[in-house]
Design a protein around this ligand. Sequence first.
Ligand code: NAP
Ligand code: MG
Length: 508
Amino acid sequence: MGEAGGHHSNPLMIQSKTLAPSTGAPALDFGSAWDYAAAPERVQVKIAARYGHFIGGKFVPPAEGKHFPTVNPATEETLSEIALGSAADVDRAVAAAKAALPRWSRLPARERAKYMFRIARRIQERARELAVLETRDGGKPIKESRDIDIPEAAQHFFYHAGWADKLQYAFPGRNARPVGVCGQIIPWNFPLLMAAWKLAPALACGNTAVLKPAETTPLTALRLAEILAEIDLPPGVVNIVTGAGETGAALVAHPGVRKIAFTGSTEVGKKIAASIAGSGKRVTLELGGKSPNIIFEDASLDQAIEGIIQGIYYNQGHVCCAGSRLFVQESVLDEVLVKLDIRLRSLRVGDPLDKNTDVGAINSADQLQKIRRYLDVGRAEGADLHESNGSPLPERGYWCRPCYFTGVQPAHTIARDEIFGPVLAVMSFRTPEEAITRANNTPYGLAAGVWTDKGSKIFEVAKRLKAGVVWCNTYNQFDPASPFGGFKESGFGREGGLHGLRAYLELS
Ligand code: NAP
Ligand code: MG
């Protein structure tokens, strides 16, 4: 079956071992050859010592008086104490959302849109502050929060503001009404962006919402709450209750909630689906993935390598649609591995606030432990691990060097489980047929990438891949107008575009 086996392992290393001594040339050290001066983002962002929930337009203390710390995963310092939401807090938030619903849903749609445009503009105005906050709370490189997370969050509000008064064009001949109070639960990998993905369509369609951010990354959602108050969004239209898994479970279980929108793990998604069965609640689930990237021999290999790097090492691999399985056509496998290795060594891992950093901190100690367990399992099952060996990592904080495995068999755990870290499983294939079969051989189906110069091959392969998104000669491109979502265990329902609106409306 032509696996990327030990005999292929890391051609560059073979080269430096065998060639360097005989030529007398110093071994290449990509880490130090390209060092940049430190370029830290110096903007100071105010963080309160303690945050309450945002309910009915105001910050309020938690009913049970309990708080939990949120830390900076790059330094392990506690940034703030966050309200731990109980069922009583959720109840209060749902009541506020319910009370706000009649006025908000009957507001002329263009007025709803104006509020949303204001939110979008205020996110843009406060973008730098939000980016720093996102990076400090979650560990992602500042260049990503600055260039991707925050601008895309603003775009989502802009885009959906545009729909608010045009729903009759989105669903011609139908009468579109809001669903009611929406319970929205988001993960820690794109905290503000996921909040925008959830809130923007809900508000555009005239719903009110209770949002539960992830335990490790609540700060940008709380800053968004400040923005909502600043632009005078009517109290109760958006409520934010912070907390842990139980807070989310209380929101899912609340009888006042008419729709659940969840992004997170497949495990929790299944629990949610089970717990609301028969309740009449609507649900959309955006879950995990094990997305394949397929490089054909006719692809532009340098371009493909950039896409592969983007696809798996971007945001430390904390991306549901990360291209975590790489299938390379056998004839170009050696070449791809050399290029991958060179590129891997040039990635800068470290201080997420440094503008040159490519790979930041792993989001939490728990997640780091989970990734390390997978690295051990991968080796124990017989695959070969190749890590970037650049400059030393910071002493404190949670770090994982970008890496890849060769010698991977389809049955290996690292080829099947979602790792949610900067870990790539490289495998090879001979024919397009084999590539498609193996790419589809997974319980997930969120995304896929195809790399080839042949347009006809793109269409043929993309059509047969069972994934919600198939990127061709690119990867990880998002747009509020494109629906996003999964097949199989990657979830159901779509977010973004027309399809995303549908989930927030009753059509008659
Ligand atoms: P997670 O454990 O499923 O958590 C997601 C959210 O659900 C968090 O806010 C979490 O709160 C909350 N939660 C936990 N248990 C709950 C329960 N029983 N009922 C209701 N809510 C509950 O996932 P994660 O570790 O935060 O995120 C990583 C996962 O998300 C990965 O598997 C990834 O693939 C997936 N993801 C998918 C997409 C997508 O669009 N398909 C996007 C991003 C991430 P706590 O934070 O307090 O645990
Ligand atoms: Mg944090």
